[in-house]
Design a binder for this molecule. Structure first.
Ligand SMILES: Cc1cc2nc3c(=O)[nH]c(=O)nc-3n(C[C@H](O)[C@H](O)[C@H](O)COP(=O)(O)OP(=O)(O)OC[C@H]3O[C@@H](n4cnc5c(N)ncnc54)[C@H](O)[C@@H]3O)c2cc1C
Ligand code: SF4
Length: 443
């Protein structure tokens, strides 16, 4: 009888426990497998260098508990961290945007957040606690200063404009210098600073090379945005914690309309020079005299141009906002990285589009395997035409001309999307005399 009840207890308590262990082991094997695949693809595509702030894992302290993997707000859309050989590993470095949630949850303190790696340094401008730089009158807020994330950009934009307003108040008005501040960039930092300038009644001008909303306006459609409440001048609380790209951009748009904020689009900062009475700012649209400049230009840089005749036509863009805009059109996508391949695939999914993908090399060596496979599949089924080893020579309203191995070729065309990477702002900052430090895996 006793033996029987022993067996019974085993089945009642032991079997579910064994089942639980088996389930956990299977789940862990699956995670290790996806981590391996993700890491291999990143290495194959040469995508091993994180753009900015990212985690470094001390494997002697890591106990492989997975907390960091699941805490990353990009997971599961992107597997930034994974488990390899029972330890946490940055398996998709270029997908890391520096949330820092991994460091906060690690129970053993195995994670530090750093800029750059031993192989590739990252340039970060030296910014003082009051957001000033070594160039008198030039201030920096937002991701350009090294600290990513929307909530940080908002907070820094607010604090930086307060510092500028205080300086202007102390100095009093200056003759021949019409602007108190020229704000460069209309991302979260620039928008907040502009609201602050309006609230403090500063004579200001905000310029933006591209569209309103900054980097978030270029997030993929439907992206879940993780952020935190912050305070906006003139508006009050920014309450979002988790939202979508569309809701966030809609929120910025409403603020712009309700407050009458003016942003000068399509205007790019080119140069800042110190003069006797202030700063002279050269942009793509003109020259301005200002007492201060707030650089809120982020770290994504200026899109690399093709430098061909016709590139200034409105049908040419440098990012894909909504694939549905291209329905029924003949579209040329230019580039060979992930963003070009992803753009070509999503436009090809729209009804009645004719999509061409032009790349100067013979193979897509700098794109992830899953993107290369999707492109090959669409090319195989005729939904997309690959134009390898070609270069755009000119663009006009109805066509594009390409150099191909078989000579010049003209294609009928309605839209061109150039995804040729970006020129980072570091060179421009150095030319302005701003001190820039190169970080090789340090905080
Ligand atoms: C794929 C991806 C996903 C992300 N997800 C999140 C998330 O979920 N949560 C989060 O908090 N953060 C996220 N981030 C980070 C966040 O987008 C940035 O940290 C934030 O936008 C920084 O704000 P900013 O105002 O400093 O710069 P940006 O938003 O980058 O804005 C800078 C603006 O300056 C303009 N500009 C640049 N150079 C010039 C020039 N020379 N002249 C004129 N204008 C110029 C640019 O066109 C741009 O509009 C993500 C980033 C990426 C790339
Ligand atoms: S949270 Fe810390 S201990 Fe756990 S896997 Fe990540 S790095 Fe290792």
């Amino acid at each position: 009888m006793e033996v029987l009840s022993g067996y019974l207890s085993y089945f009642v308590y032991g079997a579910p426990l064994l089942g639980l262990f088996a389930w956990a082991a299977r789940r862990r094997r699956r995670l290790e497998h996806t981590s391996e695949v993700t890491y291999r693809e990143a290495v194959e595509a040469g995508l091993t260098q994180p753009a900015s702030l990212h985690p470094v894992i001390d494997t002697s302290k890591c106990i492989g508990c997975e907390s960091c993997v699941h805490a990353c707000p990009e997971f599961p859309a992107h597997q930034v961290l994974g488990i390899l050989g029972n330890k946490a590993h940055l398996v998709s470095p270029t997908d890391c945007i520096g949330h820092g949630a991994c460091k906060r949850v690690c129970p053993t303190g195995a994670i530090s957040l750093v800029f750059g790696t031993a192989e590739r340094g990252v340039d970060i401008p030296a910014v003082n606690p009051d957001f000033s730089t070594n160039v008198d009158g030039v201030f920096i807020a937002g991701e350009l200063g090294g600290m990513g994330l929307i909530r940080n950009a908002i907070e820094q934009g607010r604090q930086a404009i307060n510092t500028i307003a205080e300086r202007v108040r102390k100095e009093g008005k200056k003759k021949n210098v019409p602007l108190d501040v020229l704000i460069v960039g209309a991302g979260p930092a620039g928008i907040t600073a502009t609201l602050g300038a309006m609230e403090k009644k500063l004579a200001h001008r905000t310029i933006e090379q591209h569209t309103f909303g900054g980097t978030p306006a270029n997030f993929p459609r439907g992206k879940i945005v993780m952020t935190a409440p912050a305070s906006l001048p003139l508006v009050g609380k920014f309450r979002f914690r988790e939202t979508t790209k569309e809701k966030l951009v809609g929120f910025w748009e409403r603020i712009r309309k309700d407050t009458g904020m003016v942003v000068h689009y399509g205007e790019r900062l080119e140069r800042i020079t110190r003069t006797g009475s202030g700063l002279e700012v050269q942009t793509s649209a003109g020259t301005y005299q200002t007492r201060t400049v707030l650089l809120a230009i982020g770290r994504r840089g200026t899109p690399r141009r093709l430098d061909v005749p016709g590139e200034e036509l409105p049908k040419v863009s440098y990012s894909l906002l909504d694939p549905a805009d291209y329905r029924g059109q003949r579209v040329l996508v230019v580039g060979g990285g992930d963003s070009a391949l992803e753009a070509a695939v999503s436009v090809a999914a729209e009804p009645d589009t004719k999509v061409y993908l032009s790349y100067r090399s013979a193979a897509f060596t700098r794109a992830k395997k899953k993107n290369r496979e999707k492109v090959a599949e669409l090319a195989g089924s005729g939904r997309l035409t690959l134009l390898m080893e070609t270069q755009v020579r000119s663009i006009d309203s109805e066509s594009v001309v390409l150099d191909t191995k078989a000579g010049r070729k003209r294609l009928k065309n309605d839209a061109v999307i150039v995804c040729a990477g970006g020129i980072l702002p570091d060179g421009m900052l150095r030319d302005m005399g701003i001190t820039v430090e190169t970080k090789y895996g340090t905080s």
